[in-house]
Design a protein around this ligand. Structure first.
Ligand SMILES: [Fe+2]
Length: 179
């Protein structure tokens, strides 16, 4: 179901991703999203005005779609998704901090910055944190290929400690300034 009223071009995109997801056409989804990130004007116009940085646009048992605008110089806490996640970035840069697991704590492995237009494809085992070093918020649409709201999955403090079940408000409260 749609949680926000979105314009026709964005609705068409989400509906197409739904169909490709149901028939298991992962390459088709990536190709569609690469095309969207590179030709994003219509999609931007199809987005409602938001006053928050994360908005759930659509969800069902197979797919969750969020509009995400990451504020500058804040590091959000590390987390896993428990499913494939794809970030289609159409404005600014998005830095992903990737972690390795060491028991129940995390060790930072690498930081990779992607510049729009970019599609970042994260496998089911990925543990990451996101931030932007830009001076203004970035913008993108994130697609999660599963029932994200009901998924058992972990988050940690930005220190990589204190593993616990992901709760969205806890995630937002646990963000810290980038150093
Ligand atoms: Fe994530």
């Amino acid at each position: 179901m749609y949680h926000q009223k979105v314009g026709e071009s964005l609705k068409q995109l989400i509906d197409e991703v739904c169909e490709l997801q149901v028939c298991g056409n992962f390459d088709g989804i990536l190709s569609l999203l690469n095309n969207m990130a590179a030709n994003h004007n219509e999609i931007i116009m199809a987005l409602p005005d938001f006053d928050s940085e994360e908005v759930l646009l659509y969800s069902d048992n197979n797919l969750a779609v969020y509009y995400i605008s990451t504020p500058p110089k804040m590091l959000y806490p590390p987390h896993e998704h428990g499913m494939i996640a794809i970030s289609a970035l159409f404005k600014g840069t998005e830095t992903h901090v990737f972690y390795d697991r060491n028991g129940d704590r995390l060790v930072e492995r690498s930081r990779v910055t992607f510049k729009a237009p970019a599609v970042v494809n994260l496998d089911i085992n990925t543990v990451h944190a996101i931030c932007t070093y830009d001076n203004v918020p970035n913008s993108g649409i994130h697609f999660y290929l599963g029932d994200l709201e009901n998924q058992e999955r972990s988050m940690w403090d930005v220190s990589g400690e204190n593993q616990r079940q992901y709760v969205h408000q806890d995630y937002l409260n646990s963000a810290r300034p980038l150093n």
